[in-house]
Design a protein around this ligand. Sequence first.
Ligand SMILES: C[S@@+](CC[C@H](N)C(=O)[O-])C[C@H]1O[C@@H](n2cnc3c(N)ncnc32)[C@H](O)[C@@H]1O
Length: 272
Amino acid sequence: MQKKIFKEIINSIKEKKTLQSIDNNIIEEKLVEHFKKNSGDLKKLLALETINKKNKIYKKTVKTLRDYFNKTYGIFNLEPNRQKLFEQLKKTPSNEKILIELLKTHKSTLERIPNLNKFYEIIFSVTKDPKTILDLGCGLNPLTYQWMFLDNVNYTAVEINKADVLLLNEYFKIAKIKGVALKADLNKYSNTKKYNVVFAFKVLDMIDKKQVERLITNLNYKWFVATFSTKTIKNKAMNLPYRRYLQLMLGRLNIKYKTIKIGDEIIYLIRK
Ligand SMILES: C[S@@+](CC[C@H](N)C(=O)[O-])C[C@H]1O[C@@H](n2cnc3c(N)ncnc32)[C@H](O)[C@@H]1O
């Protein structure tokens, strides 16, 4: 019965279009975590003779999980026609116009378009041109590779959204980039390989602060480049755009960093 309930709840969550490409295993893990904290709810659902989608607890569970995934994941995907654009790109993989249209289909890269050239120029003037990049919670950012003006980079991209991962792996192939995209949850992600630069663009606010500290401490890198939006979800300027928690954490860990502001993004350049 428990398996059946989980399956039904996952299906209900995914009835929301923007959440359809999340991997079932990832939702299931979150569901297990949710029921660990709310074990009474699971007991009550198991006590029902049949699954009733109108049941209060069933509805509350679906809503809680949808809210979580919507915040961390669903709101970024703006364009259902992404695949069509990608088919066009396959014919001319370096076509800037199509790449820009694709970048517009993800909220974060859309916001970065006006500053793309300057963005990487500023970052790499500090970190120097990397040969290895790990891009955490990458969204569609690897599609900006052309604007990085780098040669022969080994690119590893990590993202929770299965659809993004599939698209990126195809892109790496057609654009002949030595890259791989992996589906993973950063709250559990670890990797012992050494990277010149780690990107964590606009993603750290979305994961548990303890896990942010774990990633910054345990990953093997020269530079960890974290960025944050200076705007709220409602597109208003933030009163306190600098992330105090991160600054306190870096101070406590005795890790040096500097910040640069560009467009609506604050860049933290963190040196291990
Ligand atoms: C605000 S977007 C930033 C995307 C990209 N880094 C950029 O700046 O263009 C956050 C991205 O992180 C992904 N994400 C959110 N939570 C995640 C997690 N726990 N593990 C992996 N990726 C996650 C989302 O799916 C989304 O694509």
